[in-house]
Design a protein. Structure first.
Length: 204
């Protein structure tokens, strides 16, 4: 028997569809000034788009965050998780976003607006360097010997994951249109820790 320990949760769900008004709103957001991150990738200068736009999508994401918190974190005390920053990403055909993680956040999310076959998000094992102290060449990759896990993405798919987890957009060389996604971070209000163990933190 082989048991896996300390698994990392990647929450995946699909939304039925986006309303026509929402599609128009996303077009308007993209028409606003974009900030170039790399050669072929951009994000909106507005990094709080859920504060004033895309109300229905924000509500959908908030509902899924509640499920994630209940099923995965399962906090002893009731905590109010809320979306902090949110922004739209555009990756042109053949473009990529280098590996990164999101600081000052607990749960991060990626919602996919426009994708093509072959688009994915890659997650990287932070323990991979330790695993490679002695380097083995594997015949084929599996969950035990891989340092990268790739999830295919499609329109209206939402992924939630721990913000500390390294992730990236790898190039899709067959893409012919822009890949559009919305990313967001979260934090929580409430009581963390316990007074008697000297680690209580109250955030309101």
């Amino acid at each position: 028997m082989i048991n896996g320990i300390f698994p990392i949760p990647i929450y995946v769900t699909n939304r039925d569809s986006a309303a026509v008004e929402e599609e128009k709103e996303i077009e308007d957001i993209i028409e606003e000034e974009l900030h170039r991150d790399g050669v072929l990738d951009y994000h909106t200068n507005n990094t709080y788009i859920f504060d004033t736009k895309l109300k229905n999508l924000k509500e959908f994401c908030e509902q899924q965050i509640k499920i994630y918190v209940k099923e995965i974190i399962n906090p002893k005390e009731e905590l109010d998780f809320y979306i902090t920053q949110s922004w739209l990403n555009v990756v042109e055909p053949g473009g990529s976003i280098k590996s990164h993680y999101h600081s000052n956040s607990i749960i991060s999310g990626a919602y996919y607006v426009s994708t093509e076959e072959g688009d994915n998000i890659a997650f990287y094992d932070r323990n991979n360097k330790a695993k490679e102290v002695i380097k083995f060449e594997s015949k084929e990759s599996n969950v035990w010997n891989s340092g990268t896990c790739v999830f295919p993405v499609n329109n209206n798919k939402l992924l939630l994951f721990p913000s500390w987890l390294d992730h990236a957009v790898e190039p899709n060389e067959k893409a012919t249109t822009d890949r559009i996604s919305i990313s967001f971070n979260t934090f929580a209000r409430g009581i963390f820790g316990e007074e008697k163990t000297f680690n209580e933190l109250i955030l309101e």
